[in-house]
Ligand binder design. Structure first.
Ligand code: LLP
Length: 433
């Protein structure tokens, strides 16, 4: 299997799909998009729109490339699913089945990871503002490792662990002062960051942990940012960790970028893992155990969103408005993220037609899902697909304008199963007291 995103299609295919669709996607005889062997027009009829459609085999394939790839390069290793990218019980369950470990960034994600079947010992708790209750919850659950992020975190966890009569294994998050080329909102490796300890502060933090009788420091963690399309910042970050002494465990974070557009190039998972392990071998000779923590590169390309066109309006531009928007995909609005879009019911014309603004249904002008996308004669009732929405789509979905959040549907071998139902209006008032 190609380790970058690449749907499987044959060479002679006159209508090849963009690389950003899930593995195994194709255009069927009716000219409809098929995901996991399921016709998306039928999925829309059965489950409604908007909907997140997940190709289960794509998720499994990428998990295996990560797991087997890292194990082949470094014997003592583990791949942690950075679950903030797609915190859905069925996704946790699938990736636990595939043998991954799990990164959680809150008590809520911890509860989901446990519900999804992750062994507590293989869960890592992160967070720059963990509460006492979250730390108590992690200890009670028997979480394997807690990643310490501040001096307050150290003293608070020491107190909680002492009260519980436990010794907790911990990692220390280090901010190596390496910034990758990505949107400022998702860059975390720079010195002036709310995350972790700068190199200058890390030594004192290491001493503080050493003096805490109920904490056992096993290693360092660093995560420099997300959607990084170059490998060099990762290797620089690893080199920066070397100045802090020798540790047994290094968690090298996540951050590998993915292609969102047909011609966008991203490093393959295997070249990323090779770069990390090469750099670690040279710069961190004491590293017995290596961990990586991918979110986006595991899940982004596994999923597409289906929408139905509601209106087409022509003024200066052609505005094609669908039944979702910033309530199911905030990424274009928050990070200027670009997506592809096509009519899933007329895929043979993908990339052709009039230049359109694909807009959402929300009450603000910024609610544009894809700007300047060609759609072939779009009409109300057409089915729009935006691929590569598996990462941080469901995760950041919200109820703006009282819009119920979409369902999640898993597809494999021509069978579709609902794993998260659509929210209802009753759900919208279910917390009222
Ligand atoms: N580890 C840590 C400690 C993290 O903070 C993150 C992501 C990851 C791993 C996984 O990073 P990934 O492999 O997914 O790049 N909402 C933003 C992304 C925020 C990333 C937060 N941390 C977006 O939609 O682009």
């Amino acid at each position: 299997m190609a380790t970058s995103a690449a749907p499987v299609h044959d060479e002679a295919d006159p209508y090849p799909l963009s690389q950003v669709y899930p593995l195994g996607s194709r255009i069927n005889d009716r000219g409809h998009l098929e995901i996991g062997g399921c016709d998306t027009v039928e999925l829309a009829a059965q489950f409604g729109t908007p909907a997140f459609i997940v190709a289960e085999e794509d998720l499994r394939a990428r998990a295996r490339v990560y797991r087997d790839g890292l194990a082949a390069l470094h014997h003592d290793s583990d791949v942690l699913f950075a679950s903030k990218a797609f915190p859905c019980t069925a996704v946790y369950r699938l990736l636990a089945q595939e043998g991954l470990a799990c990164d959680v960034a809150s008590g809520g994600e911890l509860a989901l990871a446990l519900a999804g079947g992750f062994e507590p010992a293989r869960i890592y708790l992160h967070g720059n503002a963990k509460s006492e209750a979250e730390l108590q919850q992690a200890l009670a659950a028997g979480v394997g490792h807690i990643v310490l992020d501040s001096a307050d975190d150290i003293t608070r966890l020491e107190r909680v662990a002492a009260a519980a009569g436990r010794t907790q294994e911990v990692l220390l998050r280090v901010t190596p002062d390496v910034a990758g080329d990505t949107h400022a909102a998702i860059s975390t490796g720079q010195a002036d960051s709310k995350f972790g300890f700068g190199i200058a502060q890390a030594r004192a933090a290491i001493d503080l942990v050493a003096d805490a009788p109920h904490l056992r420091l096993v290693g360092l963690h660093c995560h420099i940012g997300s959607q990084l399309l170059a490998l060099e910042p990762f290797t620089r970050a690893i080199e920066a960790l070397a100045s802090l002494g020798s540790f047994e465990v290094y968690n090298l974070g996540g951050g590998l970028g993915v292609p969102y557009l047909e011609h966008q190039e991203a490093p393959s998972i295997s070249s990323y893992l090779t770069a990390l392990t090469d750099a670690a071998r040279t710069a961190l000779p004491s590293a017995r155990r290596l961990l990586v923590e991918p979110g986006r590169s595991l899940v982004a390309n596994s999923t597409v969103t289906l929408y139905t066109v509601q209106t087409v309006k022509r003024n200066v531009s052609t505005w094609v408005a669908v039944d979702g928007g910033m309530s199911d995909n905030l990424r274009p609005m928050l990070y200027g993220a670009r997506y592809e879009a096509a009519l899933a019911n007329r895929m043979r014309s993908a990339g052709k037609g009039e230049l359109c603004q694909l807009a959402g249904k929300h009450c603000e002008s910024g609610d544009v899902i894809v700007r300047d996308v060609r759609l072939p004669d779009p009409r109300p009732g057409d089915l729009v697909v935006t691929p590569a929405t598996g990462a941080y789509g469901h995760a950041m979905a919200n109820n703006y304008n009282g819009v119920p959040r979409p369902p999640v549907v898993f597809c494999a071998g021509g069978d579709a199963r609902l794993v998260v139902r659509r929210e209802t209006y009753a759900d919208l008032v279910s917390r009222d007291v």
